[in-house]
Design a protein around this ligand. Sequence first.
Ligand code: CP
Length: 316
Amino acid sequence: MNSMRHLMSPMDFTVQELEDLFDVANDIEHNMDKYSHACDGKILATCFYEPSTRTRLSFETAMLRLGGKTLGFADASNSSAAKGESVADTIRVISCFADICAMRHPKEGAPMVAASKSLIPVINAGDGGHQHPTQTLTDLLTIRSLHGSLGNFTIGLCGDLKFGRTVHSLINALTRYEGINFIFISPKELRVPDYITEMLDAKGISYREVIKLEDVISDLDFLYMTRVQKERFFNEEDYIRLKDFYILDKKKLDMAKETMQVLHPLPRVNEISVEVDDDPRAAYFKQVQYGLYVRMALILTLLDMTDAHINEGLLR
Ligand code: CP
């Protein structure tokens, strides 16, 4: 029996553990029915103090597809947080009701505080502008599935690289793989934070920073578009000035390789024109599907059920 594990950052798992997780996710992709009773009797709590569509619903779908049940709140104003209850107390209470909890919170580190007081595994489902580890697991699984491995490609990350937590988590996670060329594409006001570039410098990993997407799009194997994070701006004027800085349309996509894949954590606002959705290189809705598989695999892993349930025949 393993000791209880949480997921606060993608770096909480070794590269080998991530490979094992992605193998389970790919098995789920092809053999979903095999897992349909894996979590019979288990309960997932989703505690979302910030809005979400994909992350909350894919966690809930993941548990339902595994045969378990879900409870939780999608709006903290309807929970006792509105009366001043701390995250630490809330998780002690949730620990009495559920077997595992996914938590999103606007404050950096709040899921970590919850994990330190929790009697059940806690998954960081996004904490402020800090990390979004299950989006990173989704992104890594998508890249691995489309590219065949997690190495030897050029990725352009484009848009709000300052506030976009998915970008911070993904860059961090990709530094563990070989042969990745990073190109950061942003207006100067939304540059990737210094602590990320300092981390890359310290590891001897090279990167380029550019402003114009057109200057580099033909070099890319993956283009990771991001939304300008309105909710993290201090002033509306700056948001309005920057929100449409990048719009990926057919004309720009014509400059890219035929094999380039366009990723986006979603939700999108204007940064990818809907005309791009029908292009075979648009992979962002596939990415959502991979998010379900990887969250199913993660729930099994944190509940320490993987070995038993990928054991051929046990669930048939
Ligand atoms: N990608 C993502 O985190 O989407 P939601 O905010 O809808 O969960």
